[in-house]
Design a protein around this ligand. Structure first.
Ligand SMILES: Cc1cc2nc3c(=O)[nH]c(=O)nc-3n(C[C@H](O)[C@H](O)[C@H](O)COP(=O)(O)OP(=O)(O)OC[C@H]3O[C@@H](n4cnc5c(N)ncnc54)[C@H](O)[C@@H]3O)c2cc1C
Length: 472
């Protein structure tokens, strides 16, 4: 039987942005909120690949979807600003204000939360390392490896205790705002049946990476094409922790780059200490990523990427990913090995057989010079680890890792879209990637909704102020 539900505020996507947005709305006194996610609830999420050793291509990938979002299943690192600070430029707040907002929120939710306060303490170690290795620091330092599951559990408990309805395994397939009594009407697919949700006040879309194509279809007239056409392509390597001893004890999440200032510069993207490399499906495409497993491995996965300008080839790139994610071969890794000067037997020793990718048009897109630069970066890091990083039979090289920069919807400084009362938060804004950035934008969207429905505004310190006393 078709059911009809209603609420004042609906949030689509229960990742860090959606959860934070709902919790902040509650703290600001909003009631009658429904939070919806197409994936399973936090406690039911599991990736069969962790048991079976390979991706089984689930219809909805638990690595990316479900309560907790793309980072809810496994561990994660909280990377504070200034990494991904475009969201801050957009809303006009400083990183200090934003970090403070996130830290206070997490402390409120968790009872206690102590992020590293003296970020600059890391700087001397970093300087020493970069001097030794002639690598340049990449602006993304302050970090904290943490158990994200515990943080998300606290958020879910907070929401449940405060009467928020959490609908997991519920896919929002469409939305309408044609007027009538409700501001928006959502069409939901739950357990094979279709239900309708009327939203009377505001809607927040926080659908992250896995909701990208859905959101693009929905908002296509109001999406701005990316002003820069970049893709990140590269490799992941996995080595035992002790092979990166020169780096890891000093820096929780080392970030380096070579040749700064060039558009196709090479840099490290992600270090996943004790993690493992996994495959996941995003919008039907098989991509690889680094994850902390339920059982921590003795390995450290490092991703090294090169930012490539895709320009007019952007749609060709999409096609290439489609093609490449469906067949079996390993061209990037092979090319990389050629540049590393490794002989054939070593190549077999360090390529992990479980993850294989196809030949595709990919060669055409990733310029051959980039292999050399990625290799150069590997050698630099290898030097820091006293040669252990690339020791034969010591680790695995996987490839390619790919990240595309997303289109940015037209958003006001309050994160409201061109559709009135429809807000966008998290990765879906196209203005940032990362847990902290997403939590921040979720909090910010909640505050905007509160201010719009009252006589308040957000000042430059991120504080809610009375509009009647606003200084021009
Ligand atoms: C493997 C991996 C490791 C990462 N590690 C880190 C890390 O260590 N540190 C860090 O800062 N960042 C990390 N990130 C990035 C971080 O996870 C994301 O930036 C963050 O989760 C984005 O939060 P979000 O709430 O915007 O979106 P998401 O976390 O992607 O959540 C969006 C949610 O929306 C749901 N959804 C999408 N479409 C619909 C729909 N139509 N109907 C209903 N629900 C829908 C999805 O199921 C999903 O649960 C990692 C990402 C990945 C993939």
């Amino acid at each position: 039987m078709k059911k009809r539900m209603n609420c004042k505020v609906a949030i689509i996507g229960a990742g860090p942005a959606g959860l934070a947005c709902a919790a902040e709305l509650i703290s600001l006194g909003q009631r009658d909120i429904i939070l919806i996610d197409k994936g399973p609830n936090l406690f039911a999420r599991q990736c069969p690949a962790l048991r079976k050793g390979q991706c089984t291509q689930c219809r909805i990938c638990s690595l990316y979807s479900g309560v907790g979002g793309a980072s809810g299943l496994l561990g994660g690192k909280l990377c504070h600003f200034p990494a991904g600070s475009r969201i801050l430029d957009h809303v006009g707040l400083t990183s200090e204000v934003a970090n403070h907002k996130v830290d206070s929120f997490l402390s409120h939710i968790q009872g206690s939360f102590s992020p590293p306060r003296s970020y600059e303490l890391l700087a001397p170690d970093l300087t020493r390392l970069t001097k030794e290795a002639t690598l340049k620091q990449y602006l993304s330092i302050p970090l904290l490896s943490t158990d994200m599951h515990t943080i998300f559990k606290s958020m879910v408990t907070f929401l449940t205790l405060n009467g928020v309805t959490l609908l997991s395994d519920t896919n929002v397939i469409d939305l309408e705002n044609k007027g009538g009594n409700a501001e928006f009407t959502l069409k939901l697919a739950i357990n094979g049946s279709t239900e309708t949700l009327d939203v009377y006040e505001s809607l927040v879309i926080a659908t992250g990476r896995s909701g990208e194509s859905w959101l693009m279809k929905l908002l296509s007239p109001t999406i701005v094409a990316p002003t820069y056409d970049f893709v990140d392509v590269g490799v992941r390597i996995e080595v035992p922790n002790n092979a990166a001893e020169g780096i890891l004890p000093l820096l929780q999440d080392p970030k380096f780059k070579i040749r700064p200032g060039q558009p196709d510069e090479v840099r490290t993207l992600c270090w996943c200490r004790g993690g493992e490399i996994t495959q996941g499906m995003v919008n039907g495409k098989m991509l690889i990523d680094g994850h902390f497993g339920s059982v921590f491995t003795k390995n450290t996965s490092v991703s090294i990427v090169s930012r490539v300008s895709a320009n007019t080839k952007f749609s060709a790139f999409d096609k290439a990913i489609d093609h490449f994610s469906s067949k079996q071969s390993i061209p990037i890794v092979e090319n990389l090995h050629r540049f590393l000067g490794l002989n054939h037997s070593k190549l077999h020793a360090i390529i992990e057989p479980k993850l294989k990718y196809d030949e595709c048009h990919f060669r055409k897109i990733m310029d051959v010079g980039l292999y050399a630069k990625i290799a150069e970066m590997l050698f630099e890091l290898n030097d820091i680890s006293n040669g252990d990083l690339l020791k034969s039979n010591f680790g695995s090289v996987y490839g390619p890792v790919i990240d595309k920069f997303w289109p940015t919807p037209v958003l006001s400084g309050e994160l409201e879209s061109q559709i009135k009362n429809l807000y966008i938060a998290g990765d879906a804004t196209g203005l940032g990637r990362g847990i902290i950035q997403s939590i921040f934008s979720g909090l910010y969207a909640a505050t905007s909704i509160y201010c719009k429905n009252s006589k308040f505004y957000i000042n430059r310190d991120g504080l809610i102020r009375d509009s009647a006393r606003r200084v021009a």
